[in-house]
Design a protein around this ligand. Structure first.
Ligand code: HEC
Length: 158
């Protein structure tokens, strides 16, 4: 059974790698390992039919002194849900490396990328630029607002 799992993961990764290097369109089916590789029709460039998603603004995210407890929890989430695609260095795995990310991106932008992933990929020019380079859609990892904020705290230490 673990062999089957490995093979599925390898197949998924293969798809991701192919998509990352071959000049395919952005409708890749990469998902987190183990997730069904279901097609998601029309989820690409078009915004949700209901209109603009409510994104977080600067007023929604406050940064203070770096909170070590939050950093640890954020790191734990990273290990489980982000590490497969993001390094903490500056090298790309599937998605961009996180080193210095908080100096490149606004905190609310990062938070939106984590909790409003699909809306960002549909509407935000910077997120779309990344998608054009990576050619893999980051799947929403279903982090709560609190968990996302902890990951942001972890990012501040990179
Ligand atoms: C299946 C691979 C995958 C996983 C898992 C993943 N990401 Fe991503 N992430 C990407 C890709 C690819 C991009 C670039 C945008 C795109 O192509 O969708 C990205 C972009 C990002 C960005 C913007 C980076 C930048 O430099 O602009 C952030 C922030 C981010 N991801 C956070 C997370 C967090 C937090 C997690 C874990 C909770 C996570 N990602 C899990 C693939 C992934």
């Amino acid at each position: 059974m673990s062999t089957t799992l490995k093979m599925t993961a390898a197949a998924l990764l293969g798809t991701a790698m192919l998509a990352a290097c071959g000049g395919g369109q952005s409708e890749t089916k990469a998902g987190p390992p183990g997730a069904p590789a279901a097609e998601q029709p029309a989820a690409t460039e078009e915004a949700a039919p209901t209109g603009k998603a409510k994104l977080l603004t600067a007023a929604d995210v406050t940064l203070g002194e770096i909170d070590k407890g939050m950093v640890e929890k954020g790191k734990a989430s990273y290990d489980v849900k982000c590490q497969a695609c993001h390094s903490t260095g500056d090298n790309r795995v599937v998605g961009p490396g996180w080193k210095g990310i908080t100096t490149r991106r606004k905190p609310e932008w990062i938070m939106n990328m984590i909790v409003n992933t699909d809306a960002m990929l549909a509407e935000d020019p910077e997120a779309q630029k990344q998608l054009e380079q990576c050619l893999v859609r980051m799947p929403n990892q279903n982090l709560s607002m609190e968990e996302a904020r902890q990951v942001l705290e972890f990012m501040r230490t990179l």
